[in-house]
Design a protein around this ligand. Sequence first.
Ligand code: FCB
Length: 464
Amino acid sequence: MELTLSKYIAFPKEFVWGCAAAAYQVEGAWNEDGKGPSIWDTFVHTPGHIANSETGDVTVDHYHRYQEDVALMKSLSLDAYRFSISWTRVLPTGTGHVNQSGLDFYDRLVDELLKHEIEPYACLFHYDLPQALQDQGGWPKRETAFAFADYAHVVSERLSDRVKVWMTHNEPWVTAMAGYGDGEHAPGIKDIPAAFKALHHLLLSHGLAAEAIRASARQPVKVGITLNLNPVHPASESKKDRDAASRMDTVLNRSTLDPLLKGTTPIQEFAIGRLLAGSLIKPGDMEKIRTLDLLGVNYYTRTVAKYDSKFPVVAAVQVHPEGREYSGMWEIYPEGIYELLMRIWNDYLRPLQAGAAPGTKMPEIMITENGIPVPDGLDFDGHVRDERRIRYLKDHIAQVHHAMDEGVPVKGYFHWSLMDNFEWAWGFSQRFGLVYVDFKTQKRTIKDSGHWFTRLIQEDGFEY
Ligand code: FCB
């Protein structure tokens, strides 16, 4: 008889459990109360960009239903909620005129969260650049970084008496590469040099915004950034594939981690980077970028890379090995979250700590997104039995715990997402929520995974 022993995975009491969401994906109310158009409004209203021509015009109507949604968060026992602020609600044309009604919405949201003892984690940018700034060149233009810092200042002045944790950007790599490189995201531009420029300006804007937030904050605050990171593995042991994986890793991971945590950039390792670096990176930029109280890690999957000379810059292509488990969008690879956390710790944070003056505060690490898209549905009795998501959660959270056991000081875990919502170019075809949403009636139903997550939070652990 085979005996399997389960073990109890226990987390510290102060570990932060939360959910994450993004303004454009959940708010709706795309043109209400003085909000200006963002590049996502323009993008979705142009045919051919989004599956089934869906839009985030209404999505899950969180703008009007935020009280019901915060009550849901409370019923799930969340400690924290990571949301993003729509730049064009606050500054409809990106700079200049401040729209008080836009700020009022976030004011109400923050108050509602605090009333329910849920810590607000505010992210200033989750892909939705003001269209007016895109019209002037967008992120490939250096001026955009300064406009972002001014916007950060306006929001911090209004909310920092209550918001203690600020994330400048969500996934600057995706903003740059999907927005300006392959064009899958707004503004839909396919221009690789522009994507490299955008990435540098996004990172610079992080540094400038961090300065602006700290200068205007009404209490001590933490300023962080959230990165999309994934381990890259070679498709075979051949030297060509191993080199391809290493180049892919440089572009995917080191292009953001090195500037933020080492103050260096690996872009000169590529011909296009060498061409740009001189004119792009001004004296003092790298020092500005290297400032972080909190590193947010978004983890979904790994990348398997194979040599292919057809592809520009990296000469590599992502492949999907047979015999693995996949979800609606990606391979399921729980060990990757452990590998990533160990790498961040060993290659970046430990050396930083070793070289720092005594008493220097090290950046904290949190998982700021992790989740799985599976085709959930309501059963005959109104339940959503999303067993695969529960398994995904257990496997990934156990790997986070494993990294903590090995000494990586992970402080929190945010699930993506609270509710099913608008998944960018995929429209409404991918459900990531702990809460099921009927997109026609807006009815919310807590899935079995949501109930499981609540027990985990209440008990600070689970049987594995
Ligand atoms: C991340 C994004 C988030 C969501 C998830 C599935 O890359 O930050 O908005 O789309 O993927």
